[in-house]
Design a protein around this ligand. Structure first.
Ligand SMILES: [Zn+2]
Length: 252
């Protein structure tokens, strides 16, 4: 919940006292220079970002467009705006009908503000549904903060996937597990659920194979679905080093 008041925003707030209380959520209207400094309760970008830029604002952007790496790709969340980030921003812009130039400016940020909740999760997913193990994300194979950060990236990937599949709800059965929770459900040693980035997707209109196939386009390097042992009743998506996809029933 970052909330830094930049000087231009203070000037804006002085003139428009209600701006802070009403971040743009519906029709953002024409994009103006002031939009760049409009307050967002989660995170507010203060400059246009293009290839060659670096910094935490780039990293924040990368988290939001992590679901747009292209088929089989994984976008690095490294704060360096390279060719991969440009391509991901371009795909994000195309997905939402924005001018697709790979440069993140006011229109792109306004769309992201619409898509994010005050806790920085995308509007259609929440920390709660990605953790039905405990309340504080502790006890996994990484720190609680890392597990939660990993879950956030997975949620943005799912938001991209959801949009690509017609904005129909995606059922989430669970995500993060502590070692104790993982043992209790008979999870594999080293399961990505212990890292916070794994999400088990439940039965919905998309079908398990539909989800598994679509996930290949949205940055999930680990996809397990029907035909893989223990995965006939859900589709598992996660991040890992290297790619491992297996859902034989789906032709994956
Ligand atoms: Zn799983």
């Amino acid at each position: 919940m970052r909330f830094r008041l930049a000087l231009p925003m203070l000037a804006l707030l002085a003139g428009l006292g209600t701006t802070l209380a009403a971040p743009a959520v519906a029709d953002p209207g024409p994009v103006t220079a002031e939009d760049m400094s409009a307050a967002d309760a989660c995170y507010t970008w203060g400059r246009t970002l293009s290839q060659g830029a670096s910094g935490d604002d780039v990293r924040q952007l990368q988290i939001r467009v992590a679901g747009y790496p292209g088929y089989g790709g994984v976008l690095a969340i490294d704060g360096q705006f390279g060719a991969g980030t440009k391509a991901a921003v371009t795909r994000f812009q195309q997905a939402y009908g924005l001018g697709a130039d790979g440069i993140a400016g006011p229109a792109t940020f306004t769309k992201i503000y619409e898509l994010q909740d005050n806790d920085c999760t995308p509007v259609n997913f929440s920390y709660d549904e990605l953790n039905n193990c405990n309340s504080d994300w502790s006890g996994g194979n990484v720190s609680a903060a890392t597990a939660k950060a990993n879950a956030l990236v997975s949620m943005w990937k799912l938001q991209a996937m959801r949009h690509a599949m017609g904005d129909k709800g995606i059922v989430v059965n669970g995500g993060f597990r502590s070692v104790a929770c993982n043992n209790a459900v008979g999870g594999a040693t080293g399961s990505r659920h212990l890292y916070g980035d794994a999400v088990d997707l439940g039965a919905g209109s998309q079908g398990f194979c539909g989800l598994a196939k679509q996930a290949r386009n949205h940055g999930f390097s680990e996809i397990l679905g029907p035909g893989y042992p223990g995965h006939n009743d859900h589709t598992h998506v996660a991040h890992r080093s290297g790619q491992f996809w297996s859902a034989p029933t789906c032709g994956i």
